[in-house]
Design a protein around this ligand. Structure first.
Ligand SMILES: Cc1cc2nc3c(=O)[nH]c(=O)nc-3n(C[C@H](O)[C@H](O)[C@H](O)COP(=O)(O)OP(=O)(O)OC[C@H]3O[C@@H](n4cnc5c(N)ncnc54)[C@H](O)[C@@H]3O)c2cc1C
Length: 290
């Protein structure tokens, strides 16, 4: 099929083009999902609105209490940015295992979110960090919770013509840590069979003050394992408590059988990876692991 590629000079121009072309228009970032979908004839967009010239969308900024990640920040940029060390390291861990170097050099966080694959790696730590998404439309800009933004496989609550402009992540309080683990059929260039992101905050007595667990590739959207989170909060994090959290998370997800793995295997992976990710957070808070 043929299509026209537009090169807007500003974000407002990009949004105006999206409004003008409606369902016939698509934003183009790294193209690592979009171009494949067009080739496979799953999409028939006639107008591609190329965002790659919009430098203002690439910034990753420390804004005091939160980090602002521009939608065009690539996985490679996240992997290398020192802001994603320490308590936010799960974001760098997820970005580091997206595809191969070529994909990470051009694939973006905005594309990962907007494409809304249930297996999108960077979405899992963002969900565990309770990230918010800034959407810019022709008439207004709004900020929504990432968990509300994700509506189903390939579906979001993005309005017609709305651009994902940036993602905001609050800095976790002291004595917090994050971890990301991914299981695939091989180590590189692999979509997740299951991925898990965890965020923990411990109080001074070593009890869990807050827990967030996000699971990828086991339901229609990346999901939070809330029953497991509740079971952790207030508890001393013994091995048994972590294992129980894994069981609760496995019981809450809704995996499917597909070409990559059976639903049963995915549940077993969740049960194993959740305690491991939580234990990694505990080690990081105690300084036993970087
Ligand atoms: C070989 C290969 C391996 C891969 N491996 C992984 C992997 O391991 N893990 C993983 O998570 N993903 C993987 N992917 C998928 C893909 O690389 C990522 O999802 C990537 O983040 C998509 O970003 P992009 O910039 O390329 O998006 P694009 O392909 O440009 O866009 C994807 C979708 O998002 C929309 N979009 C893009 N930016 C915006 C915006 N700012 N506002 C609104 N809509 C927007 C587009 O219109 C399109 O519908 C892989 C892809 C390939 C080709």
């Amino acid at each position: 099929m043929s299509f026209t590629v537009h090169h807007p000079a500003s974000v407002s121009d990009a949004v105006a083009l999206a409004e003008r072309y409606g369902a016939d228009g698509r934003f183009l970032a790294g193209g690592t999902d979009l171009i494949i979908q067009i080739h496979r004839k799953r999409l028939a967009s006639q107008h591609l609105i190329d965002l790659t010239g919009l430098a203002e969308l690439r910034a990753i900024e420390d804004a005091g209490d939160e980090i602002r990640i521009g939608a065009l920040a690539t996985h490679k940029a996240i992997e290398r940015n020192p802001l994603f060390q320490g308590a936010l390291v799960a974001l760098a861990e997820a970005a580091r295992v997206v595809g191969g170097h070529q994909v990470r050099n051009v694939g973006t966080v905005g594309g990962n979110i907007a494409n809304a694959s249930p297996a999108a790696d960077v979405v899992a730590p963002l969900l565990a960090l309770e990230a918010e998404v800034v959407l810019q439309g022709a008439a207004a800009t709004r900020r929504v919770r990432l968990r509300d933004f994700l509506a189903g496989p390939g579906r979001t609550m993005r309005g017609d013509g709305e651009l994902v402009r940036e993602v905001h992540v609050a800095k976790p309080p002291p004595r917090s840590a994050t971890a990301f683990l991914k299981a695939g059929r091989r180590k590189a260039m692999e979509i997740s069979v299951v991925c898990v992101a965890a965020r923990l905050t411990l109080d001074d007595a070593g009890r869990c003050a807050a827990a967030r667990i996000a699971l990828g590739a086991v339901s229609a959207t990346t999901m939070r394992a809330e029953a497991a989170e509740r079971a952790l909060e207030g508890a001393l994090l013994t091995d048994d408590v972590l294992r129980d959290a894994g069981r609760l998370a496995a019981g809450a997800c809704h995996p499917i059988d597909d070409v990559r793995a059976s639903a049963r295997y995915r549940r077993l992976l969740v049960e194993a990876l959740v305690p491991r990710a939580l234990a990694r957070c505990v080690e990081r808070i105690s300084g036993r692991r970087s």
